[in-house]
Design a protein around this ligand. Structure first.
Ligand SMILES: Cc1cc2nc3c(=O)[nH]c(=O)nc-3n(C[C@H](O)[C@H](O)[C@H](O)COP(=O)(O)OP(=O)(O)OC[C@H]3O[C@@H](n4cnc5c(N)ncnc54)[C@H](O)[C@@H]3O)c2cc1C
Length: 402
């Protein structure tokens, strides 16, 4: 046991941030910059790894491309915030404690829950046993090693035709022209884009040699094959699963109110509706906006982290936290290293008529992908610099926001 709460009226208020993904990292650095050196507030960030995972680049890591090393403790250095490396195994909101690696208990006064999401390997039989995922760097590196060994003529099936599936299939096809890549899923790739963007995306996949099968339902993954509804069996030497996401069961087990997918249901200010001293951010949170519940993205996740941090600072100062508002603005999709499509969107994520394609889009996508880490660095010196994002205008105005 360690880091127990110090008793007494003068003990500092402890803000504990769980998860250093895009959202948790934004919350921690924003808090650290604003209050980390104050004697009356302590900030601790807990994460499974010391190295920040650039999840947006895991399809690149899966084809053997090396990612930059980004050290979370180094980023926090000088802010007064503490980093604890470990695996969260339980949250007790009544005792206000969190168990780490089953041998350490941390007490909190305010908790920021940002444990993210992973690919949903439970929905289809065989996926958990026979498919690769892009949940973390080890998964991506294991896939890279397998692809490198596969040899000419091998078949890779990417299950899930959403944007992660599209990016992965394109990257694998570009890096491994000796392999046959099949992209399978319920929807047509780029289904949420306007016709021009969708047509471009389809043509790019074709140019890269990706065989696309939209409108199919995978019912089972077996060693060497993917079974479709209707009885068809698609041969596969390697299966990469990108379809759907699921969240950690810890929030539900802790008794926090969660939605049907296990995400923490928040009020307009990002506090848990059942436990107001718990804020939830990023993919792990079910955050309602005027257009519906936000879906997991980095573009929306980072603002949730910043907003939670600002709300906590306001609450500590006796001020009322403000409602969170966020409107989507783009969907950038890489198609290998030299091509991409960027679909600009309305705040509710529906496609606008404007899109970028080709090298300009590839440059745009790379700029977006590279931006979070420098953004954290800037926030450390100027916390307010992280507080700019589209609020969504009429799309995010909800009557009961307060
Ligand atoms: C290949 C790929 C490409 C993507 N591309 C895009 C894109 O272009 N644009 C976009 O907006 N989104 C994209 N996404 C989605 C995006 O990555 C997620 O929406 C985003 O990572 C969510 O951020 P988060 O902070 O909520 O969670 P995560 O990034 O999942 O971070 C959660 C953190 O918590 C840690 N953690 C989890 N459980 C525990 C535990 N029990 N104990 C300790 N630590 C724990 C994890 O290790 C991780 O560090 C992509 C996803 C993938 C897989």
């Amino acid at each position: 046991m360690s880091a127990q709460r110090k008793a007494g009226p003068a003990s500092p208020h402890h803000v504990l941030v769980l998860g250093a993904g895009y959202a948790g990292m934004a919350a921690a650095i924003q808090l650290a910059a604003r209050v980390g050196r104050r004697g009356d507030v302590r900030v601790t960030l807990v994460n499974a790894q010391e190295r920040f995972t650039e999840r947006l680049r895991l399809h690149m890591a899966a084809t053997g491309q090396r990612l930059a090393t980004m050290s979370i403790p180094e980023l926090l250095a000088g802010t007064g915030a503490r980093f604890v490396r470990g695996w969260v195994t339980a949250v007790d909101p009544d005792a206000k404690t969190v168990r780490i690696d089953d041998d350490q208990t941390l007490h909190y006064d305010t908790l920021v829950y940002g444990l993210g999401s992973v690919a949903d390997t439970a929905a289809v039989p065989g996926v958990a046993d026979h498919a690769y995922t892009l949940d973390g760097p080890q998964d991506a590196e294991a896939l890279a090693a397998r692809l490198a060994r596969l040899g000419s003529g091998g078949t890779v099936v990417v299950g899930g035709s959403g944007l992660t599936g599209v990016e992965s299939a394109a990257e694998i096809a570009e890096r491994h022209p000796e392999l046959s890549v099949v992209l399978l899923g319920r929807q047509e790739p780029g289904a949420t884009m306007n016709p021009r963007a969708r047509t471009y995306l389809r043509a790019a996949l074709e140019r890269l040699g990706v065989r696309v099968r939209g409108g199919v339902e995978v019912v089972k993954v077996s060693p060497g094959a993917v079974e479709l509804a209707g009885g068809e069996s698609v041969p596969a030497d390697v299966v990469l699963w990108t379809s759907g996401t699921r969240v950690s069961p810890l929030a539900a087990a802790a008794g926090l109110t969660v939605d049907e997918r296990g995400r923490v249901v928040t009020d307009a200010t990002l506090r848990s509706v059942s436990h107001p001293d718990v804020y939830a951010v990023g993919d792990a949170a079910a955050i309602r906006q005027g257009y519906g519940v936000m879906h997991g993205t980095c573009q929306g996740g980072m603002p949730t982290g910043v907003h939670a941090a600002v709300s906590i600072v306001r609450a500590l100062a006796g001020k009322r936290p403000k409602p969170f508002r966020f409107g989507y603005y783009h969907t950038p999709v890489s198609l290998g290293r030299h091509d991409a499509v960027v679909q600009f969107t309305r705040p509710d994520d529906s496609p606008r008529r404007v899109c970028l394609t080709g090298r300009t889009a590839a440059w745009y996508k790379e700029t977006v992908t590279a931006s979070p880490w420098p953004t954290y660095g800037r926030m450390k010196k100027m916390p307010a610099s992280g507080a700019f994002w589209p609020r969504g205008g009429r799309f995010t105005r909800i009557r009961d926001a307060r």
